[in-house]
Design a protein around this ligand. Structure first.
Ligand SMILES: *Cc1c(COP(=O)(O)O)cnc(C)c1O
Length: 413
């Protein structure tokens, strides 16, 4: 750029790869399948092992040039200082908890989180890491749960399936005041709609399987360090990783302990697919957010519908917060029927939405929540999370809004 303008989100993302040398002038980063990386001089191999070489690869469990290129793209998207990719979003989330918390520590987490993340909280408790879940739409509830041994606060941006929005700013302020590590799962928000660094998040986690990959054909996860957390003050960094710029300490530990030791590595093939999807993130988020809003508005006025959960509806409890922080409302919406008994019937009468679990595919996906993804959680957990028996979740795809609305019109009768 010749003037001082900052290029837009998509301009930056689609041109970022070319800033460094790409093999043979390839426009898209190639898929590197080599597991081993060799060197002319043994000193260069040693430098990669000891971390004194800038970049460099030795064994693909710790990353390849292809995963590295995706990591650079994600760092830019979240305006962070570094990123580590993982085989799945859950591998990234577990790497954070298992490498940065130890027995005797305490975690405060939102009650409104992805079901499998909630399941991990039970595993942490068995390992001696206590977890308190609270209604994180209210920072005061988070503050009330903080104990002397609290190390971390974990929330999602737009919670699945209820679309609750945590008090992102209030919790950021609390974490700053108390020196707590603030971890935000931005899977549903996506860095195009919202950047958690703006509210002081230290780590941002993504299921790349969802918004960023966007095509339902590759699993992946990532952890980005925003550079906002002071790792020098964090007691659980091992001496081996208290080296170099303090800004790098957290990711050094997560890469060595969470990726190298635990082995949940993203494949180069998946990284390549996710990188291609990432280039159209803004286009897809604009499209699916507009469609989801149109559908949410249409459903809300339909006499058979009891309630619609979508952040950009004025009826949403955190609507003002959504307008303040998010460029648009994203692809996730859920609703409840007045006649709960028709929940499965409606799903079957719909022709376009695919009856499937999963989120942010190109196609619209529909699932009855209590019968499936929150079945194992049981009625008490469902009640505490506000998940009614007739709650239906939609992940809105790229279809034309009119076609989806017409389908709902015929299915609702
Ligand atoms: C899907 C999802 C995850 C887990 O990601 P996977 O890639 O499926 O392992 C974590 N958090 C949220 C909010 C998700 O939607």
């Amino acid at each position: 750029m010749t003037d001082s303008r900052t290029p837009g989100f998509t301009t930056q993302i689609v041109h970022a790869d070319r800033r460094a040398t790409v093999e043979h002038g390839a426009i898209h980063k190639p898929i590197h399948t080599s597991v081993q990386y060799g060197f002319e001089r043994v000193e260069d191999l040693i430098a990669v092992f000891q971390g004194t070489a800038k970049g460099g690869f030795n064994y693909a469990r710790q990353g390849t040039p292809t995963t590295g290129a995706l990591e650079a793209k994600l760092t830019q998207m979240e305006q962070g200082v570094g990123t580590i990719t993982f085989a799945t979003g859950m591998a990234g989330i577990c790497a954070i908890f298992l490498t940065l918390l130890k027995a005797g520590d305490h975690l405060v987490a939102s009650r409104f989180v992805f079901g499998n993340t909630n399941s991990v909280f039970g595993t942490l408790a068995d390992l001696g890491i206590s977890v308190t879940t609270v209604d994180a739409t209210d920072a005061a509830q988070v503050a009330a749960a903080v104990q002397p041994n609290t190390r971390m606060v974990f929330v999602e941006t737009i919670a699945n399936p209820g679309t609750q929005i945590a008090d992102l700013e209030g919790i950021g302020q609390l974490c700053r005041d108390k020196g707590l590590l603030y971890v935000v799962d931005n899977t549903v928000g996506s860095p195009y709609l919202f950047k958690p660094a703006r509210v002081g998040a230290g780590l941002v986690v993504h299921s790349l399987t969802k918004s960023i990959g966007g095509h339902g054909n590759a699993l992946g996860g990532s952890v980005t360090d925003t550079g906002m957390f002071d790792w020098a003050s964090y007691p659980n960094i091992f001496p081996a990783y208290r080296k170099g710029d303090t800004k790098g300490w957290g990711l050094q530990q997560i890469r060595k302990k969470g990726l190298r030791d635990m082995g949940g590595t993203l494949s180069s093939t998946a990284a390549h697919q996710i990188a291609a999807g990432a280039e159209t993130l803004a286009l897809r988020m604009d499209r699916t957010s507009a469609t989801a809003l149109a559908l949410a508005q249409w459903l809300e006025q339909h006499p058979a519908i009891a309630r619609v959960h979508y952040p950009m509806l004025p009826s949403h409890p955190q609507h003002a917060r959504a307008k303040q922080h998010f460029k648009a409302g994203s692809w996730l919406l859920s609703f409840e029927l007045k006649n709960a008994d028709d929940c499965l019937g409606l799903c079957n009468r719909l022709q376009l939405p695919v009856k499937a679990t999963g989120l942010a595919d190109t196609r619209t996906l529909i699932i009855p929540v209590a019968h499936t993804i929150f079945w194992e959680a049981g009625p008490e957990v469902r009640a505490s999370m506000g998940i009614g028996d007739s709650l239906i979740r939609l992940s809105v795809g790229l279809e034309e809004a009119e076609d989806l609305i017409a389908d709902f019109a015929q299915a609702l009768g």
